[in-house]
Design a protein around this ligand. Structure first.
Ligand code: SAM
Length: 239
């Protein structure tokens, strides 16, 4: 990968960064995303934030060798501490777990007041990000799901505003599967949830044949409700 051609995963993130944005990419690693955006998408100003020395040095080296130091500031620090309030209008965080992404957002909440758009790409637990949006008054406006090199990734895009809007009546289902993704089920979506369904069923069967305690009963109940939801979601598409 280089800064002219992103992976399909990062390209799906880049697509949602508005032209002319001032942005921060938190956990930027090689700074491929801000470099690509500065070169190809008219980003005015970018911060590439990194907490670890190795990736921070690699980001600095790439930005320098691309001649982008005027546009991209590489800063070392934890999460949003590298951003000053009012400095950026878009934040991207990609390639981490959903829980780590929400903890980064939580720890820097005051930096989000003037941010208009969040583009987040959790490797796991997109549900924790959708819940965070609901609790923090961010409205999910778009979602993508894609497969690359045998792995399935989700991209969630949100802007400040009425957070319940995309969910309609079946909120629990929307939080788990993604309200936009349910409506437009592609191959990656079907593959992910068919595999999850098989996995939940396998665990359910194991619990069925174990000694029944309060804990196993609760786990079974939780799996049963997820299995019902996944069947309904995948069924909806067939009908
Ligand atoms: N964003 C790039 C991508 O999607 O290809 C890199 C993803 S890499 C798996 C995650 C990066 O986030 C690592 O370089 C790690 O050092 C950095 N990171 C993890 N926690 C962080 C935090 N709290 N603040 C800043 N960077 C963090």
């Amino acid at each position: 990968m280089n800064t002219d051609k992103l992976s399909a995963r990062l390209a799906a993130v880049a697509k949602y960064v508005p032209k002319g944005a001032s942005m921060a990419d938190i956990g930027s690693d090689h700074a491929y995303l801000p470099c690509f955006l500065a070169k190809n998408q008219g980003v005015r100003f970018a911060i590439a934030g990194e907490v670890v020395e190795g990736p921070y040095q690699s980001a600095k080296k790439n930005v320098l060798s691309e001649g982008l130091s005027d546009v991209i500031d590489v800063r070392r620090g934890n999460g949003l501490e590298v951003v000053q309030q009012g400095e950026v209008d878009c934040i991207t965080i990609a390639g981490m777990g959903g829980a780590l992404i929400t903890s980064i957002l939580d720890n820097g909440k005051e930096k989000l007041d003037e941010v208009r758009r969040l583009v987040l790409q959790p490797n796991i637990s997109a549900i924790s990000i959708r819940k965070w949006f609901l609790e923090n008054h961010w409205r999910l406006i778009a979602e993508e799901i894609l497969e690359e090199d045998g792995k399935i990734y989700e991209v969630l895009v949100a802007e400040q505003g009425e957070p319940y809007k995309p969910y309609h009546s079946k909120r629990e289902m929307g939080l788990l599967f993604g309200p936009f993704l349910i409506e437009n089920q592609n191959e990656a979506f079907k593959k992910k949830w068919t595999a999850e369904k098989r996995n939940w069923k396998r665990i359910f069967d194991q619990l069925e044949s174990a000694v029944q305690t309060q804990e196993t009963m609760e786990k079974k109940q939780d799996l049963l409700s997820k299995l019902q939801m996944v069947e309904e979601v995948l069924q909806d598409e067939k009908s």
